[in-house]
Write a protein that binds this ligand. Structure first.
Ligand SMILES: [Zn+2]
Length: 61
């Protein structure tokens, strides 16, 4: 698996570990991002690079 470049912003396709919904998120999100289906927090904003709390399916450049 390719190593993610941590200094670059990316959009990620993630899969909610609770309901299986897939959605696109930004890895430097300004606020928390929740699953649109079940409301689980998928991305936790922490100023810089966000903490991803879902399964990353794909990195979109
Ligand atoms: Zn969900």
């Amino acid at each position: 698996m390719a190593k993610f470049r941590s200094n670059k912003s990316n959009f990620l396709r993630v899969k909610c570990t609770d309901c299986g919904n897939q959605q696109i998120v930004f890895d430097h999100a300004a606020s928390n991002v929740k699953c649109i289906i079940c409301g689980k927090t998928l991305v936790r904003s922490q100023g810089g690079k966000s903490q991803i709390r879902a399964q990353i399916i794909e990195v979109l450049d």
